[in-house]
Design a protein around this ligand. Sequence first.
Ligand SMILES: [Mg+2]
Length: 250
Amino acid sequence: MSSSTEPVDDRAVVWFDIDNTLYSASCRISHAMGERIHAYFVSLGLSHEEASELHLRYYTQYGLALRGLTRHHDVDPLDFDRKCDGSLPLESMIQYDSSLRKLFEDIDRSKVRVWALTNAYRPHAERVLRILKLDDLIDGLVYCDYHVKNFSCKPEPEFYQMAMKQANISDPTKCYFVDDNRGNIDGARALGWARCVHFCEKGLEAMEGGRTKQISNERAPGAEERTDGVDVVATLEELRVIWPEIFKKQ
Ligand SMILES: [Mg+2]
């Protein structure tokens, strides 16, 4: 008889994206990131036009500009991280929001665990969580590991599978997930993550792949029809209504 079996934690997991989800796109951090990534392409000897074109192409093809840069330009991801995310003046761009902290405090930890799931590298993710004073309310963080060659990211199935492994959860129907990127939501839905919410600040702008776009809940042309079970919210407070079962009873 084995005595080494670890106790199973059968609580559900609530996964929160970080950027443009835990703070508003109106902070324009995606714009500041986009400008730095553009400057990084230019520093490789590309013209502004070539830089814009490649930035968009890599973002579209690989989900992150950096993944194209490491594949085709022999870029050191840690150098990229220092010059892009690492140089953002986040402390003056985002602010602690006591109502967001309260939302996290009101989640019933006897029922669920709370994890962050980001396409950024760890230092940036931890910095944002610290500024928002949420670091002590997050049980775990799944991030893009720049030390791993050809690391994966949302919305690739491998990334969600890795996340579930790290959180030691095998049942996708016990996964709650909120993200501002509709493609990331669809990726999770495709794996059976049951309770997905699209955080969508309609009317605001965000930058993706070096291009500014209006935020909307429209899905990419040709996206498979798997919208069932996806709620759209404009504030995270709405999660109290959509997921009442994960909050403490008042
Ligand atoms: Mg995001």
